[in-house]
Design a protein around this ligand. Structure first.
Ligand SMILES: *Cc1c(COP(=O)(O)O)cnc(C)c1O
Length: 372
């Protein structure tokens, strides 16, 4: 929701407030860049900057010194371009679908090449364009998701003509288990990446996501590309999360009521009140990105008290138990916290049976978004 809507209606009247701290975001970027130095620090702003608004996040990162931006789709690159300084580079992680090459070539968008088919399509586009075109070559070092395989690497080394139209900016790979500091897959992928780097000795290397930055300098190569840590998320199972929180979410109470023992609460009557309870109904539900899997599991917070979610989460609302608060403490229009000082992003994600990434990218469009 844009600011003008908020001005017309009045912030007090808006049902949910999502506040996004761009200064914390910039501090996180600078911290990661410091960790990664002398490697360059890019930033992943795919999926609308993990749901936080690429139009606001990308310029803030550019102001903090970032010049390398990663998205997943060509359409995201198109939308991002107008928010970035002219010297910024945009990389498309999924590479291009057939037919996307002319647009990318014309606008200087840099695809990640994940297969020999993407390579030959980009190479043909370069022929038509009449100049070599920039690209990143992604190799699969063990995730089996995207990237060129060992036989492709061998083919590229054997027949250098395959790359004659391509200005290879980086070779890259992606870590499958970087958030698990002790997972042996990290060392295995690092060894595979180092073996590749030895075979492409004059080419720069881009390897680490957020977790990879924290794994240490072995993983940094020439450029790192963190996402979740920039947005304040925990990137490692290691020590306490060093990042500053970026997101706070508060939603308003619509009504409160006291129900006797035995009352059925919410769709399906899935919760039966064991005792008399005081309840508050909140003005946000699964359509706002608070997953239905939080039914009878998660909590909101007010006045430092944990207020459990009771019964099923509905599309536009959910019910919490406020029996632990003094009577009258909450009423129509009161705000309760879903993400903030009392409940980290990771905590609500765990209660929902998911990860911080999915909560962030699912944050709804009905909140008043407040950029600090
Ligand atoms: C999403 C993504 C990243 C960013 O990962 P984080 O864990 O959010 O830091 C980096 N590289 C690739 C290939 C990705 O898909």
């Amino acid at each position: 929701m844009d600011a003008s809507v908020a001005n017309d209606i009045g912030e007090d009247a808006l049902s949910g407030i999502l506040s996004i701290d761009l200064q914390a975001l910039q501090a996180n970027y600078r911290w990661l860049a410091g960790r990664a130095a002398p490697a360059v620090c890019g930033a992943v702003v795919k999926a609308n900057a993990y749901g936080l608004g690429a139009d606001r996040v990308a310029p803030a990162l550019a102001a903090a010194g970032c010049r390398h931006f990663f998205v997943a789709h060509l359409l995201e690159a198109k939308n991002l371009k107008r928010h970035l300084p002219r010297d910024a580079k945009i990389f498309v992680l999924n590479g291009l679908m057939p037919g996307g090459e002319p647009y990318a070539a014309l606008h200087g968008i840099i695809p990640v090449i994940n297969s020999m088919t993407q390579l030959s399509n980009w190479s043909a586009a370069a022929e038509r364009h009449g100049a070599r075109l920039p690209a990143v070559l992604q190799f699969d070092t063990g995730m089996s998701r995207l990237g060129l395989g060992p036989e492709d690497a061998a083919a590229l080394l054997e027949d250098r003509k395959l790359l004659r139209n391509i200005d290879v900016q980086f070779i890259m790979s992606h870590l499958a288990s970087a958030d698990e500091s002790l997972n042996q897959q990290n060392a295995a992928q690092l060894a595979a990446m180092q073996a590749l780097a030895a075979r492409f000795p004059d080419t720069k290397l881009c390897f680490a996501n957020s977790g990879g930055v924290l794994l240490g300098s072995d993983f940094h190569g020439d450029m790192v590309r963190p996402g979740i840590a920039v947005y304040g998320g925990a990137a490692s199972d290691g020590a306490a999360n060093p990042m500053k929180p970026v997101v706070q979410l508060s939603v308003r109470v619509i009504q409160t009521h006291t129900v006797p023992a035995g009352t059925l609460i919410g769709y399906g009557g899935s919760h039966r009140a064991a005792t008399e309870m005081r309840l508050a109904t909140l003005a946000a539900g699964y359509a706002d990105g608070l997953p239905r899997s939080l039914s009878d599991r998660g909590a909101a917070f007010a006045m430092g008290k944990r207020l459990p979610i009771i019964g099923r989460v509905s599309m536009d609302s959910m019910t919490i138990d406020i029996s632990s608060l003094p009577e009258g403490a909450l009423g129509l229009g009161s705000l309760v916290e879903l993400i903030g000082p009392d409940q980290a992003l990771e905590e609500i994600a765990v209660d929902a049976g998911t990860i911080s990434y999915e909560i962030l990218t699912g944050l709804g469009q009905r909140y008043h978004r407040q950029y600090i």
